[in-house]
Design a protein around this ligand. Structure first.
Ligand SMILES: *[C@@H]1O[C@H](CO)[C@@H](O)[C@H](O)[C@H]1NC(C)=O
Ligand SMILES: *[C@@H]1O[C@H](CO)[C@@H](O)[C@H](O)[C@H]1NC(C)=O
Ligand SMILES: *[C@@H]1O[C@H](CO)[C@@H](O)[C@H](O)[C@H]1NC(C)=O
Length: 409
């Protein structure tokens, strides 16, 4: 009798546990995730940023910064191991995420994610956020106000980045020694920052590591992007006329956690970015890796795609440009003004940051302060910088070389 009870208890326990499954080893397994014995539960999928950081044995601090135009932005720091007493000062590494991402993207790969990997290597790791992410608010506007979403990467670069950089310099007491690591739009806003405010950039940063760098986009191979870019102004006006100033890509992605959408979303993400991405990391990408997008950011990128290889300020139309910039065309960002060493790292299967666009960007940088590195492994794409699989040798070793060089300058 008691065996029968135990048997049913076991079945019951198993079914409760298995319905909690949230990761699987292959795209196909996600179709049967709840009954599939190959799948399991990964607590990182539901965890907060401090939760994940603590899970891997590190302390996590939170700071708020407020920009002069009223955005409150939360940034995270991994100062040391749990229970470790602050020793000698470590080099601050400031991580800045890309378009659909926020601070969480640097933790998707758990123990092997860039944030934890570099904390283990003894860096003082800072993980930034920016206006528009879930970790931002405004002293006057709510997230439903159109004014809240009135920004492109220009405002991130000219306002958010220097505000965050100042906080890191102040708390770490190491102005001039910060190494900035950007991914995708994190690199775009960094190029805006260091080209428009080179004094501030030179005073605070030691060097820049740009992963999948984006300043030129005329040769990107994101499906449909060139076609859509032709209609940038029309699409923006149409969306705005419907009262849409942001796209809630994040809530769309969260739906990807449902069967059978995980499979479809996974295939779609690979198609649009050319990335490899371990199937076990897909749910983390859907929950931890994404954030709403301001329509104006997309419009600015659309303008860059159309600009024939120019990296320029936002185009408000001839009349407004004349008022704002004193020129009919928006001025370009002078990349040669960037005062510190920049290392560009790209992959060959990146549909966003194409090799020729990265070469073109490289040719605009100060010849004495630049390096360009092609990641040798063939099948890596745009997102593989934040979701590296067993690519420690190919990827992190290249980043480590770049870090070593910058530290020795
Ligand atoms: C940071 O600001 C948010 C509001 O945006 C607030 O909820 C949080 O408590 C603040 N945290 C700190 C450490 O000041
Ligand atoms: C958006 O910002 C621009 C300047 O950056 C300003 O001219 C415009 O009035 C703002 N629009 C809204 C709706 O706040
Ligand atoms: C550079 O950034 C600092 C800090 O945000 C700001 O006070 C200063 O006005 C900026 N300078 C330029 C030239 O934009």
């Amino acid at each position: 009798m008691s065996y029968i009870v135990q048997y049913f208890a076991l079945i019951l326990t198993f079914s409760i546990v298995s319905t909690k499954n949230n990761v699987c080893p292959s795209d196909w397994d996600y179709l049967t995730i709840h009954s599939n014995p190959e799948c399991w539960y990964d607590p990182d999928v539901d965890a907060t940023i401090p939760g994940i950081i603590n899970n891997y044995g590190f302390k996590s601090d939170l700071y708020n910064v407020t920009t002069w135009d009223g955005y409150i932005i939360e940034i995270f720091r991994i100062p040391s191991k749990l229970n470790e007493i602050a020793g000698e000062s470590k080099t601050p590494l400031l991580l800045f995420s890309g378009l659909l991402a926020d601070a969480r993207c640097w933790l998707i790969h758990g123990e092997d994610s860039p944030a934890i990997y570099y904390a283990k290597k003894g860096y003082d790791v800072w993980i930034a956020n920016r206006r528009g992410t879930e970790f931002s608010s405004h002293i006057k506007y709510s997230r439903n106000d159109k004014e809240f979403w009135n920004f492109s990467f220009h405002e991130m670069g000219t306002i958010d980045v220097p505000t965050v950089v100042e906080k890191v310099a102040e708390v770490s007491k190491q102005p001039g020694n910060i190494i900035f690591v950007g991914h995708s739009m994190g690199t775009t806003s960094n190029f805006v920052y260091c080209s428009t405010n080179s004094t501030h950039c030179g005073k605070n940063l030691k060097g820049i590591i740009s992963l999948a760098p984006v300043a030129k986009l005329s040769r990107n191979r994101i499906p449909f992007s060139h076609f859509l870019a032709i209609f940038t102004e029309e699409i923006k006006s149409y969306l705005n006329s419907l009262g849409i100033y942001r796209l809630e890509i994040d809530s769309m992605f969260r739906k990807c956690l449902k069967v059978p959408l995980t499979f479809i979303c996974s295939v779609a993400i690979k198609f649009f970015t050319g990335s490899y991405i371990f199937p076990t990391k897909m749910p983390l990408l859907f929950t931890q890796g994404n954030t709403p997008v301001s329509v104006k950011v997309l419009a600015h990128y659309g303008q860059i795609i159309n600009s024939n290889g120019h990296f320029r300020h936002y185009d408000y139309g001839k009349k407004e440009n004349l008022k704002k910039y004193n020129t009919l065309q928006p001025p370009k960002y002078n990349l040669e003004n960037i005062p510190v060493h920049v290392t560009l790292l790209y992959t060959l299967n990146d549909l966003v940051a194409h090799k020729h666009d990265v070469d073109d960007l490289y040719s605009n940088l100060n010849p004495n302060k630049r390096d360009i590195v092609e990641i040798p492994r063939k099948n890596l794409g745009h997102l593989d910088f934040i979701t590296p699989s067993n690519v420690e040798q190919d990827l992190y070793s290249e980043i480590n070389n770049a870090l070593k060089k910058i530290k020795n300058i």
